[in-house]
Design a protein around this ligand. Structure first.
Ligand code: HEC
Length: 153
């Protein structure tokens, strides 16, 4: 066999292995995520908030339920009051997440399917399991209340 033929075959084998490896790797990434898997960091090592958030004086019933759900499901990454955690996940109290840029549906899609890193360099957000659409609606109401209190509306 000619050397160029051999090289061609080798290139094909490498490409095929690459595609298989890529698929295995990206499937692995879709595995479900539990907040319980996140390490508990001591306070002095805990990543710092990325923005200063003014907390609204009063929350509606739905917003208050959203606050509790957010604390359980989202704050580990997005920080207390959605202020972000440096190196982990962005603040949702940020003009990028203004309702005109990221509709309520964008929140539902993020929770259901996860998010491929595109605005930041923190990596992907995994899909969040075990949360109902109604709970996500409360979380959205809470995040919108935070955004309004910080002039994002
Ligand atoms: C494991 C960490 C993690 C958890 C838990 C998490 N997120 Fe995220 N989220 C991220 C990261 C990282 C991004 C930024 C991706 C990027 O670069 O745009 C993000 C982005 C988002 C976005 C923007 C989506 C878009 O279209 O750009 C929304 C909305 C969001 N998260 C909502 C939530 C909500 C609501 C919860 C809780 C139910 C939650 N996240 C839990 C890490 C997380």
């Amino acid at each position: 066999m000619k050397q160029s033929t051999l090289r061609f075959i080798l290139a094909v084998i490498l490409a095929v292995t690459g595609v298989i490896a890529w698929n295995l790797w990206s499937n692995g990434e879709e595995t479900s995520f539990s907040v319980a898997d996140l390490p508990d960091l001591p306070a002095d090592l805990a990543p710092s908030p990325m923005v200063e958030v003014v907390v609204p004086a009063r929350l509606s019933e739905a917003e208050a339920m959203g606050e509790r759900a957010f604390a359980t499901l989202c704050a580990a990454c997005h920080g207390t009051s959605a202020a972000g955690r440096d190196g982990i996940a962005p603040p949702l109290v940020h003009r990028i997440y203004h309702p005109g840029h990221h509709s309520d549906e964008a929140f539902h899609i993020a929770v259901q399917n996860g998010v491929r890193a595109h605005h930041w360099r923190f990596g992907n957000m995994p899909p969040i399991e075990g949360v109902t659409r109604a709970e996500v609606n409360n979380i959205i109401a809470y995040v919108r209340a935070l955004q309004r209190a910080n002039g994002i509306e």
